[in-house]
Write a protein that binds this ligand. Structure first.
Ligand SMILES: *[C@@H]1O[C@H](CO)[C@@H](O)[C@H](O)[C@H]1NC(C)=O
Ligand SMILES: *[C@@H]1O[C@H](CO)[C@@H](O)[C@H](O)[C@H]1NC(C)=O
Length: 243
């Protein structure tokens, strides 16, 4: 676990360039400050669960805008209540994770699910990046949501994956050192052993941890690969949330 956490920190954040024009807004939702994008009367929603660096712009919000643009009610809550992990200045991921565990994230996510339901939402998908992947696995276990997409998930074991009871897709980077491709293959084997749970695993060649969220917007090849992941994510959500 120690090695995994160190690698998460070492590889998660690439340069965040380019300003974005957001089409959503930040509001209080389910007890958390939340970036919201998409039609207010949508019947299906997608909860975007961030990595340790939080819900600030640009890319997570751009992805929420894509989700909203596709007709879903997209919500990206600030699970860290204003204190995301900050690597600069010698941030200690182990101690940060004690105060920001994925178990705590799951408790907060449950409140978001309840808030969506009380708004009249009937179907919910969860999309989790890195840290958020672990939270979405917890949502898929009872399950409390209809489907999930795990994008370069971390802090997740084969046993966690075995507990999943709703359709799940995993999008992973071939060069991810936080969650190595060998572990992703074990996830895939565990899911294939449960044919009653629909699943789909895709490995993106050459991509490092964080490639679909913390990519350099000025690098055309990085953008292309991230956008391919976003497209796969949207197609999965369409299939499982709009029947
Ligand atoms: C980071 O935090 C953990 C948990 O609080 C602690 O055990 C460890 O010594 C810290 N590491 C550094 C380099 O300060
Ligand atoms: C651009 O991103 C790709 C990953 O898609 C990476 O392999 C390459 O090194 C990056 N190029 C630069 C100049 O950073």
């Amino acid at each position: 676990m120690k090695v995994v956490l160190a690698t998460v920190v070492a590889t998660a954040a690439a340069a965040l360039t380019v300003a974005s024009s957001e089409s959503g807004k930040v509001e209080e939702f389910g007890g958390l400050s939340t970036y919201i994008s998409g039609p207010a009367d949508a019947k299906a929603a997608v909860i975007l669960v961030s990595d340790v660096f939080g819900y600030e712009p640009p890319h997570l919000r751009e992805i929420a805008d894509k989700v909203g643009g596709a007709g879903f009610y997209g919500v990206a809550p600030d699970f860290f209540r204003g204190s995301p992990f900050v690597r600069e200045g010698g941030g200690n991921i182990s101690s940060w994770l004690i105060d920001h565990s994925t178990e705590k994230g799951f408790e907060d996510a449950k409140a978001v699910v309840e808030a969506l339901k009380s708004k009249g939402i009937t179907k919910i998908g969860g999309v989790g990046f890195c840290w958020g992947g672990s939270v979405v696995v917890k949502l898929l276990t009872p399950p409390l949501i209809e489907t999930g997409v795990l994008i370069h998930p971390s802090l997740t074991t084969v046993a966690d994956i075995q507990g999943i009871k709703a359709p799940v897709s995993i999008l992973a980077g071939e060069k991810d050192t936080a969650t190595p491709v060998e572990l992703i293959r074990q996830f895939e084997t565990a899911l294939k052993a449960k044919p009653e749970v629909e699943s789909w695993v895709k490995i993106f060649p050459g991509q490092p941890h964080g490639w679909a969220l913390r990519y350099d917007g000025g690098n055309a090849s990085a953008v292309k690969s991230a956008e391919e992941a976003h497209k796969d994510m949207l197609e999965w959500l369409h299939t499982h949330l709009t029947a």
